[in-house]
Design a protein around this ligand. Structure first.
Ligand code: PLP
Length: 387
C-alpha cells in the first residue's frame, strides 16, 4: 500500500443480501404462509445437517434460544448457572429470565475463553448448567469442559452466537453441549435480519423448545385435527421466526462457505500485518482441536504505556474505518449486575483488560484484501503517532 492511500469507507459489519434473498422474500410475501411454514422447516433441516445435530429449531433471536434452552433444562429459581464475564449481556440475561442466578467467572488471557478449571472452582451444590461462549468464534476446550460437566452432572448450553463456521476436531460447536444457540443478527456470519437457531440432539429438549417457542400450545399448526382448536399445556412465549426471515436464511446458508472463505483470507492479511506491530496483542484463531469462525480480530492495545484507545478509534473513524468492542464492559460490571449482585471493579481482571483495551477490527466478506491492507496501514500509523 502506498504512503497516501485513497480514503475509503469500511463498516464493521455489513450483511451481503442479493437478488436471491430479495426474490425469496417476495415469494413469501406473494403467498399466504407468513409464519411457521415451509421456509422455516427447510431452514431448520439444512441447518441441522450442517451442524451435525438431530434437531435445529428457528427462534426470534439467539437470546430467545438461550432462554428456551435453560427452560428446557428445567433451570429454575434457586439454581445457579455459570457464565463467562466477557460475553454479550444476552448470555447473562437468559439466566436472569429463567429466574436463576448467573455466577460469572473470568476468562483465559490467551484466548478470551472460559476454562474447565475456572468453571470447576465456581461450582456449588446449586450449579445446574454452564453457558459456554465460544469467544469471537474460537471454540472453548470442550473435551475438558465436557469431562468436568459430566463429573458434576451439570448441563452445557453453548452460546454459538459468534461461532457459526467454527469447528472442534470433527465436530461443530452447537452439537457438543445439551443445546447450541446461534444468532443471525446483521453483523453475524450470515443474517436473517433478527433471528436465531437452537440446536440439540435430544428429542425431549426439542419437543419442549418447540412448544415453549409457540405459547405452550399442545399441537403445532399442522398437527391439529380441527383448524384453530388447541390446548395450552405450559407457559410459553412467542419466540418464532417468520417465513420471510427463514427465506433469507435459506439463501444465506447457501452462501455461507463463500462468506467464511473470505473471512479466512481477510483475517490472514490482517493478522500478518498486525504481527509487525509490537504494541498490539491478538488472540489465536486455532488452538488444539479448535478452529475459529473468525468473527472479528480483537487488537488489544497496551494500557500501561499511555495508549489511548479512544484516540486510536477516533483516528480510524476519521479515515473511514469502522470498529467495535467485544465487549465494552464485562457483564458482571454493567450497572444492572453490579448493583444486583454487588460485584466490584477489581473482579474479573482479564475480562476487564479485554473490555478496556480491545478494538474489534472487521474481517467480514464485504471487505477486500485491499481494505484489509488499508486497515493495517492506518493501524500502524495510529500506533506510531498515538501510542
Ligand atoms: C455471545 C453472544 N450471545 C448472544 C448474543 C445475542 O444474539 P441475538 O442478538 O441474536 O439475540 C450476542 C450478540 O451479539 C452475542 O455476541
Amino acid at each position: 500500500m502506498n504512503n497516501n492511500p485513497e480514503p475509503r469507507s469500511i463498516s464493521f459489519g455489513q450483511p451481503i443480501l442479493g437478488k436471491e434473498e430479495k426474490s425469496a422474500v417476495m415469494e413469501v410475501l406473494d403467498g399466504f404462509m407468513l409464519t411457521h411454514g415451509p421456509q422455516c422447516k427447510k431452514f431448520e433441516e439444512s441447518f441441522a445437517k450442517r451442524i451435525g445435530v438431530k434437531h435445529a429449531i428457528t427462534t426470534s433471536s439467539c437470546t430467545a434460544a438461550l432462554h428456551l434452552s435453560l427452560l428446557a433444562l428445567k433451570i429454575k429459581p434457586g439454581d445457579e448457572v455459570i457464565v463467562p464475564a466477557e460475553t454479550h449481556v444476552a448470555t447473562g440475561h437468559a439466566v436472569e429470565h429463567a429466574g436463576a442466578k448467573p455466577v460469572f467467572i473470568d476468562v483465559n488471557k490467551k484466548t478470551g475463553n472460559i476454562e474447565a478449571s475456572a468453571i470447576e472452582d465456581a461450582i456449588s451444590p446449586n450449579t445446574k448448567a454452564i453457558m459456554v461462549v465460544h469467544y469471537l468464534g474460537l471454540p472453548c476446550d470442550m473435551d475438558e469442559i465436557q469431562k468436568m460437566a459430566k463429573k458434576h452432572s451439570i448441563s452445557i448450553v453453548e452460546d454459538c452466537a459468534l461461532a457459526l463456521g467454527s469447528s472442534y476436531g470433527d465436530m461443530f460447536p452447537g452439537s457438543i453441549g445439551e443445546t447450541g444457540c446461534f444468532s443471525f443478527y446483521p453483523a453475524k456470519h450470515m443474517t436473517t435480519m433478527e433471528g436465531g437457531m437452537l440446536t440439540t440432539n435430544s428429542d425431549e429438549i426439542a419437543e419442549l423448545v418447540r412448544k415453549q417457542r409457540a405459547f405452550g400450545y399442545d399441537k403445532g399448526l399442522g398437527e391439529r385435527a380441527q383448524p384453530g382448536i388447541y390446548d395450552v399445556i405450559m407457559l410459553g412465549y412467542n419466540f418464532r421466526m417468520s417465513e420471510a426471515q427463514a427465506a433469507i436464511g435459506n439463501c444465506q446458508l447457501e452462501r455461507l462457505d463463500d462468506f467464511l472463505e473470505k473471512r479466512k483470507r481477510n483475517t490472514e492479511v490482517l493478522l500478518s500485518g498486525l504481527a509487525d506491530i509490537e504494541e498490539i496483542k491478538t488472540f489465536p484463531v486455532k488452538q488444539g482441536k479448535a478452529v475459529s469462525s473468525l468473527y472479528c480480530v480483537n487488537a488489544m492495545l497496551p494500557c500501561n504505556t499511555g495508549g489511548d484507545r479512544t484516540n486510536v478509534v477516533t483516528y480510524l473513524k476519521s479515515v473511514g474505518i469502522g470498529t467495535s468492542v467485544h465487549y465494552p464492559v464485562p457483564v458482571p460490571l454493567t450497572s444492572y449486575y453490579k448493583t444486583k449482585y454487588d460485584y466490584h471493579d477489581k473482579e474479573f481482571p482479564i475480562a476487564k483488560w479485554i473490555s478496556d483495551t480491545a478494538i474489534s477490527l472487521p474481517v467480514g466478506p464485504h471487505l477486500s484484501i485491499d481494505d484489509m491492507e488499508y486497515i493495517v496501514f492506518h493501524l500502524k500509523n495510529a500506533c506510531s503517532n498515538i501510542l
